[in-house]
Design a protein around this ligand. Structure first.
Ligand SMILES: C[S@@+](CC[C@H](N)C(=O)[O-])C[C@H]1O[C@@H](n2cnc3c(N)ncnc32)[C@H](O)[C@@H]1O
Length: 244
């Protein structure tokens, strides 16, 4: 199995090279390799707490992280977030599944989508269009596989959108994105710009350190099962917050 060395850099955005045939062929090859890797490292299963959805998930993180670095021939890669359903995403997905009116007929962005769990929930509840943005090329591969497994369509891009405002999404959903100070410093202004242009913005968060709670309104709370391997306990209280 070939590696993902031709995959656009995790921080890369779509460029004019998209129109170039060689670049498109390289990207297709990388996407296939990424999909093969995701399939090989995960098992498709119904997701605890949101059993309406099945995802390609891993059962342990550290060895998969090492295998990802070995596959890429690089060290210092980000953890394989895409192989897990994070507490914040579980909360938002549950909320969307139980409140289809939030997304039905609307353009939805699943920001920092990981596995695409939240985007799948929005698509299952009748969103007109679901876009997913990730900076990890493996996540983009996982999102495509997970959309297919659930019989829905998601337009997934390896792109950093945080300098924009999320247009044209009418609903912006973000599961678990306030766990690092530097990340929070970019996500909050992005989400505020989305609200300022009229989008509904929901964030799922299990009490991460850098969520500015005073800017948000709580919509729902859930106790969600998580991997003790990744968190400090087996169940975490997750809040679904609306910005503004
Ligand atoms: C903890 S995971 C959450 C994944 C998913 N939303 C969930 O709740 O299961 C955070 C994700 O944010 C992604 N991420 C970090 N910075 C990003 C950025 N600037 N744009 C898009 N995704 C980003 C990471 O690659 C990672 O997959």
């Amino acid at each position: 199995m070939s590696g993902l060395v031709t995959t656009p850099a995790p921080t890369g955005t779509d460029t004019a090279a998209d129109t170039d045939t060689d670049a498109a062929a390289a990207r297709d090859g990388a996407a296939t390799a990424g999909a093969d890797f995701v399939r090989a490292q995960t098992r498709l299963a119904a997701v605890p707490f949101v059993p309406e959805i099945s995802l390609h998930l891993a059962e342990e993180a550290i060895e998969l992280w090492e295998r990802t670095e070995s596959e890429r021939g690089e060290i210092g890669l980000p953890p394989p977030f895409w192989a897990f359903a994070w507490a914040g995403g579980l909360g938002v997905a549950r909320y969307v599944l139980d409140h289809p009116e939030l997304v039905a007929g609307r353009q939805v962005l699943d920001l920092a989508a990981g596995s695409g769990l939240v985007g799948v929930a929005a698509a299952l509840r009748g969103a007109a269009v679901v876009r997913a943005a990730e900076i990890d090329a493996y996540a983009v591969a996982a999102i495509a596989l997970n959309a297919e497994a659930n019989g829905v369509r998601i337009e997934a891009r390896c792109a950093d959108l945080l300098d924009g405002d999320g247009a044209p999404a009418e609903v912006v959903l973000a599961g678990d994105v306030f766990y690092e100070r530097a990340m929070a410093a970019r996500f909050l202004p992005f989400l505020e710009r989305a609200v300022a242009r009229g989008a509904v913005v929901l964030v799922g968060d299990p009490g991460r350190a850098y969520l500015p709670r005073e800017r948000f309104t709580a919509l729902a709370e859930y106790d969600v099962p998580v991997l003790a391997d990744l968190e400090d306990r087996a169940v975490k209280r997750t809040t679904v917050w609306q910005l503004g």
